[in-house]
Write a protein that binds this ligand. Structure first.
Ligand code: ADP
Ligand code: MG
Length: 380
């Protein structure tokens, strides 16, 4: 036991030293001196890129923070190691161009990530998507609203004890959050899964948005596809197939298409927007997946996947996951074919058919696309 304790002490110290370098300690001291945070009580999570701590709020905190008695403090590691892997997210982010790519200074790079998380949390809030409120950012230290009960943090969706009969509602809530995040916040989470969703006060809260990208990031659609797969797979798996999910392809339509059902943008933005979206979702869920058969017939080579009852759906999903989805009009590699599909009413074969705002900006970059207005998918 003595030995164990020694090892534990040693690892505690190692963890602390890794995150809390001298400069970070100064930043924390500053937050204490400014009467924002009080003492840290415990570490909630140690991750590759950041640690998250629970801190009590300073008793002398400003009036604007009276409502908070505690905070979650996320401290991004200043070691450069793990941040390299995130470059793919940053490249193509016009908000942060230069700041990141030109920087050879790891501290500065990490600060940009922390700032991204702060800004994205604010965007969630503005777009009406549940997440922790961002309170304060100083260098690599982000202070946010603590989601928990007393001083114990709310569980991740993965670990949350949730009654089976609540799952369908939570699934609907999450799909609507994804739609709002895309349509209102103009962001793609890019690391969405049961690990980055907290179950707090019977609702789902989105966290960990430092890698989230603009909806027009060159890889936004790839990230979106993975997010969608994670969510759909998780709810199906967790419920043992009991929760009726939309499947990848139809989730894509529900999240990314400009409008769903007969709702106008104003309907969605309105006070009972969530209720209206839930209604649309329920209608979609009640509809069988018959239209997917067309795709199955077009790809007999994928039939080996199609063993179970819902084989058509599975094949459709496989096609969807491997389909090329253009990010802007310049990438619509065969506009004539696509227009022909639309004319024939084969909307479903165009994965981007419901997106009218494909970025026009890049059209001059590659091959000519004539008559852009007319090629704009979905405006038929
Ligand atoms: P990482 O980059 O390490 O994954 P996250 O932002 O996902 O960072 O946070 C790690 C963990 O810390 C989460 O899984 C969650 O358990 C906890 N956590 C993060 N933010 C909060 C918060 N605002 N309130 C309570 N717990 C949080
Ligand atoms: Mg995380």
């Amino acid at each position: 036991a003595e030995n164990d304790k020694h090892v534990k002490d040693k690892s505690d110290r190692a963890t602390q030293e890794q995150v809390l370098d001298g400069r970070t300690r100064l930043v924390l001291a500053g937050l204490v001196n400014r009467d924002i945070i009080g003492p840290f009580t415990h570490c909630i999570s140690t991750g590759k890129e950041a640690n998250v701590y629970h801190a009590t709020a300073s008793p002398n905190r400003p009036l604007s923070l009276q409502q908070y008695s505690e905070f979650a403090v996320k401290i991004y590691r200043t070691s450069i190691l793990h941040f390299r892997a995130r470059q793919a997210y940053m490249e193509g982010e016009h908000r942060f161009q230069g700041e990141y790519t030109s920087s050879r200074n790891p501290r500065k790079m990490v600060r940009v990530w922390a700032e991204k998380e702060l800004r994205n949390l604010r965007r969630l809030e503005q777009g009406g998507v549940r997440g922790p409120k961002a309170i304060e950012l100083k260098e690599n230290v982000l202070v946010m609203e603590f989601l928990g009960d007393g001083d114990s943090a709310s569980p991740r969706l993965k670990d949350a004890p949730i009654e089976a009969d609540r799952l369908p509602d939570l699934y609907a809530e999450l799909l609507i959050a994804m739609r709002k995040m895309y349509q209102h916040c103009r962001l793609v989470h890019a690391d969405l899964s049961e690990y980055n969703i907290l179950y707090h006060q019977s609702h789902l809260y989105i966290i960990d948005v430092s890698q989230s990208v603009e909806h027009d990031h060159p890889r936004a659609f790839d990230f979106m596809r993975t997010d969608i797969r994670n969510v759909d797979d998780y709810f199906r798996r967790r419920s043992g197939g009991e929760v009726n999910t939309l499947g990848f392809r139809r989730t894509w339509d529900f999240v990314v298409n400009d409008t769903v059902g007969s709702l106008t943008k104003e309907d969605e933005m309105g006070e009972d927007g969530d209720i209206r979206l839930t209604d649309v979702l329920q209608t979609w869920l009640a509809k069988p997946d018959g239209e997917n058969l067309a795709i199955q017939l077009a790809r007999p080579d994928l039939e080996v996947l199609a063993k179970e009852r819902d084989s058509a759906t599975q094949v459709d999903e496989a096609v969807f996951m491997t389909s090329y989805i253009p990010r802007n009009l310049a990438q619509v590699y065969d506009p004539e074919r696509d227009v022909e599909l639309l004319r024939r009413g084969d909307h479903d074969k165009l994965i981007y058919a419901g997106i009218t705002n494909l970025s026009l900006g890049a059209k001059s970059q590659s091959h000519e696309v004539t008559g852009d207005e007319n090629h704009s998918p979905g405006k038929t």
